[in-house]
Design a protein around this ligand. Structure first.
Ligand code: F6R
Length: 357
């Protein structure tokens, strides 16, 4: 039940720190080390390449997951939109391992890929919020998100839970491979949970930024580089699907190759700046849009922040920045949709789980 909340989406945004803590408990052994089913670890250790298959927000979560898997396990990883996999089928490696990311576990586009990979005999893991779902039943292994039911059509806590589960899985494998000496994810995800809470506690500020920036605009942009680019894609999807503002998530450096033509007086451009090596470049790209009249906003991370930044998130392990930087973008989308009088939980033309191809 949504209780005193006006919409499930706000409730589900609020639940994210608790979801993080619950996940840490669920994936902990009696010695307080993070753990996952050894059969999954063994299957992944045997593979030479991971293929993540997903749609929508789960695809965006997969982009972050790829970074986590590659950085912590050194296993090459590709991410594919499930509805495209059948047409743009990559040349598979000798020992592929498939990860299906799906909140509902029922997405038909993803299932049709699983049917194919099963026919080819490739091992697969479903990371889902729903035990006993179709994808879970039909794949070899399952890891649960333990996020509790997600009712709002716009996915929030499933995205952050997916990232946390993939971070845990990656660290366990990294340790098993001897690439990581001593795990830090138990601590770092806990720190991220506190950071998420701090942003949620300051949500009035984000509500007023939503009014300042997004109340009348017809289009908007999120930009970033690296991990921030992945979050920009998710931030844009969230804003467009519930506010109906046409929003694009863009690689900050790619904007100047065409899309900058769309920037007009007062077009909102929101830059994510959480990674040191790209911070200067992204700020430079934002400046280019400002020079063309953009209404620029910065979401930065402590340590890389500047006094003029609108939103500064607490410092966390850079591998986990997406867990935290996505929160203000969820809240911006929520308040923007609310202020426009939309049905936040049930945006037009959308269903919670898409069971047609
Ligand atoms: C966006 C959203 C959708 C789903 C997509 C995949 O907020 O909810 O984009 O992420 O339909 O659904 P699952 O994760 O259930 O496979």
């Amino acid at each position: 039940e949504k209780g005193t909340y006006p919409y499930y989406m706000l409730k589900e945004i609020d639940e994210q720190p608790a979801v993080m803590r619950k996940l840490l408990l669920k994936y902990q052994d009696e010695n307080n080390n993070l753990t996952v089913d050894q059969a999954i670890v063994d299957a992944m250790l045997e593979s030479d390449r991971v293929y993540i298959i997903a749609a929508g927000t789960s695809y965006n979560g997969g982009l972050v997951g790829k970074e986590l898997i590659e950085k912590m396990t050194h296993i090459p990883t590709e991410v594919h939109v499930s509805s495209e996999f059948g047409y743009n089928t990559p040349i598979l490696s000798e020992k592929p391992f498939f990860i299906f990311l799906s909140q509902s576990g029922e997405t038909a586009d993803s299932r049709q890929v699983l049917v194919k990979t099963n026919a080819l005999g490739h091992p697969s893991l479903t990371v889902t919020n729903v035990a006993g779902s179709t994808l879970s039943r039909e794949s070899n292994f399952t890891l649960l998100l333990n996020a509790g039911p997600e009712i709002a059509v716009a996915s929030t806590k499933a995205y952050t839970a997916q990232i946390a589960v993939l971070a845990i899985l990656s660290e366990v494998i990294g340790i098993e491979k001897g690439l990581i000496n001593k795990g830090t994810m138990l601590h770092d995800i806990g720190i991220a949970a506190n950071a998420i809470q701090a942003i949620i506690d300051d949500k009035e500020k984000i509500e007023s930024l939503a009014s300042d920036y997004l109340s009348t605009s017809r289009n908007a942009f999120y930009i970033g580089r690296g991990m921030d680019y992945h979050v920009a894609l998710e931030a844009a999807l969230k804003l467009k699907e519930i506010s109906y503002i046409q929003t694009e998530g863009f690689a900050a450096g790619e904007l100047k190759h065409g899309t900058i033509a769309l920037i007009e007086e007062d077009t909102p451009v929101i830059a994510l700046v959480t990674e040191k090596r790209v911070a200067g470049h992204t700020r430079g790209n934002l400046q280019e849009t400002k020079a063309r009249g953009a209404h620029a906003m910065v979401i930065s991370m402590e340590g890389l922040d500047r006094p003029e930044d609108q939103i500064v998130i607490p410092h966390v392990n850079p591998l986990l920045s997406a867990l935290v930087s996505v929160i203000p973008t969820q809240l911006l989308a929520y308040y923007c949709s609310l202020h426009r009088g939309n049905d936040v939980d049930k945006p037009r033309n959308l269903a919670k789980s898409v069971t047609v191809e």
